[in-house]
Ligand binder design. Structure first.
Ligand code: SAM
Length: 324
């Protein structure tokens, strides 16, 4: 595993060290390259050349993921106070507490928009973009995506339906996520129909035995379990998505040797799907915890890791250090 410490944005993948999944034979395709970048995706994406990815999948956090602190204050009358109010009366500000809060919904779209613009710029001419999003945000994101990619580029609204957890007695239980698919060029895009996995017929008795044995192709509603709570697949990363969902996307919307990007990579599900299916993959995440999980999970693919540059201990001045 090659580890590089750098504050520099990601360079072109051509510079990456090829990963070795298995010993290459003469006929074997080159082993896929997996690279993991730690840092703010917006800055790292800016360094990538136009059209450099054949497939981009992202699963952004429900909000921006930023936790912010807001200090609540209260004013009390005080002749020596730090603020002047009506009638020249003076007040003293009292800090009553610091509350941590998540970004509001409006901030989320503001956070997402420049990243979607980058995703559009980075797609190859036959490339596809996938946005995995919570059903409460989906409609607003669709409007944003139509604006950036063009309505004609909208290909599918995929519904990932699962069946886990408590059920509501007051409304229909929400058990799905939305995945939007946009093609850079709706007339010319990668869609490997034959690579699609098959699913069982609901009424196999109504079709021939041969058809029943083969199964049918999935529709835009994908029934798939969540990551099993005790399964081998689980990494412990809280928002991990099922490998089966990513494998289906990667198989159908890219070809071996293509370049795939996930810039909200989390536990590296996209990376695992790509490495196993022979696609090159660039993964970005700002959270060191995600980098640690990906490092373990993708060790088999010998990833190149570019860590965020942190100031060395010598570079951090102690509070009483005087400038020389
Ligand atoms: C919902 S999780 C992705 C989970 C992933 N699909 C998986 O299967 O594990 C979203 C990720 O986005 C990362 N993230 C949030 N803001 C980011 C930013 N500005 N730059 C890079 N990563 C960011 C978070 O650290 C988090 O790991």
């Amino acid at each position: 595993m090659e580890v590089v410490a750098s504050a520099q944005p990601a360079g072109p993948v051509e510079e990456a060290t090829p990963a070795e999944v298995s010993a290459p034979t003469e006929e074997a395709a080159p082993a896929p390259r997996v690279e993991i970048f730690e840092g703010n995706n917006l800055e790292l994406l800016a360094a990538q050349p136009d059209g450099s990815f054949d497939l981009i999948y992202i699963d952004p956090p429900f909000n921006t993921g930023r936790r912010q602190s807001r200090t609540r204050t209260r004013m009390v009358g005080d002749a020596e106070g730090d603020r002047r109010g009506f009638g020249g009366k003076r007040y003293r500000t009292i800090k009553v507490g610091t509350r941590s809060f998540s970004d509001s919904f409006d901030d989320f779209l503001e956070f997402l928009e420049p990243r979607l613009v980058e995703a559009h710029r980075l797609l190859a001419p036959t490339g596809s973009f996938f946005l995995h999003i919570d059903y409460r945000e989906a409609h607003y994101c669709k409007v944003l995506l139509d604006d950036i990619f063009g309505r004609a580029s909208f290909m599918n609204e995929l519904i990932w339906a699962y069946d886990y957890g408590a059920r509501s007695k007051k409304r229909w239980s929400s058990k799905h996520d939305t995945i939007f698919w946009y093609a850079r060029d709706p007339k010319n895009y990668t869609f490997e129909f034959e690579a699609m996995d098959r699913i069982p017929y609901m009424a196999p008795g109504l079709v021939s035995a041969e058809k029943a044995a083969r199964g049918k192709t999935p529709t835009d509603v994908w029934w798939h379990t969540i990551v099993p709570t005790k399964g081998k697949e689980r990494t412990g990363y809280p928002t991990q998505k099922p490998l089966g969902i990513l494998e289906r996307i990667v198989k159908v919307h890219s070809r071996p040797g293509d370049r795939v990007l996930d810039f909200f990579a989390g536990s590296g599900t996209t990376g695992e799907a790509c490495a196993k299916l022979g696609r090159n993959c660039t993964l970005i995440d700002a959270n060191p915890e995600a980098i640690a999980v990906m490092r373990r999970r993708l060790e088999f693919a010998n990833p190149r890791i570019v860590e965020a540059e942190r100031p060395s201990e010598q570079a951090i001045a102690a509070p009483d250090d005087k400038p020389s």
